[in-house]
Design a protein around this ligand. Sequence first.
Ligand code: ADP
Ligand code: 5GP
Length: 188
Amino acid sequence: MPPIRRLTVLSGPSGVGKSTVVAELRRSHPEVWLSVSVTTRKPRPGETHGVEYFFTTDDEFDRLIESDDLLEWAEFAGNRYGTPRGPVMERLAAGAPTLLEIDLQGARQVRDTMPGALLVFLTPPSWAELERRLRGRGTEPPEVIARRLEAAHVELAAEKEFDVTLVNTSVNEVCHRLIALMTAHPSD
Ligand code: ADP
Ligand code: 5GP
């Protein structure tokens, strides 16, 4: 397999299946390094500190912003999320495969600060399917689901800002395409 050179950003509306794709990539392609974000959100059942996220307080998040330790950060549906800068820069300097799973606001920041990053947008097969997935996950109360669906309208409208769109019909297919994009030559 050729080396994976790109910094790749995976974005898309809440409930589209980003975490599911990332979990499958961890399993099938352990050579792809996934940035672990910091968040002020509370862990969902089954989430482990240091695996899905570093769960933190508002005060600690403020401190990370002040000390410029975040490559990008955003507030999303009432919580803050950010990418620790140091580990990403170390991986890129070492030429290691690097993937960020972040929201639209974060993707825009990376587009502006990291030229050459590949921005991939994950989209649902339909709006009805997105709603079904978000409600079916059963991890948020109705008012949080409503906020996330509101944000999803904004995110879906930004699809054209991305380099590539992948439709999440099959998780395996999305992983396959994502790996193909990451292994393509940056000037392709
Ligand atoms: P996100 O991280 O984008 O918010 P999740 O990965 O949590 O979304 O997925 C939301 C729900 O949709 C989960 O219940 C997940 O099992 C389901 N899901 C993800 N991908 C697919 C798919 N390709 N087909 C059917 N269901 C899916
Ligand atoms: P969730 O709460 O469902 O895990 O994530 C909510 C949103 O935050 C998703 O769109 C996810 O991609 C985004 N997100 C996760 N980590 C980061 C991050 O480090 N930065 C930004 N900007 N968004 C993130």
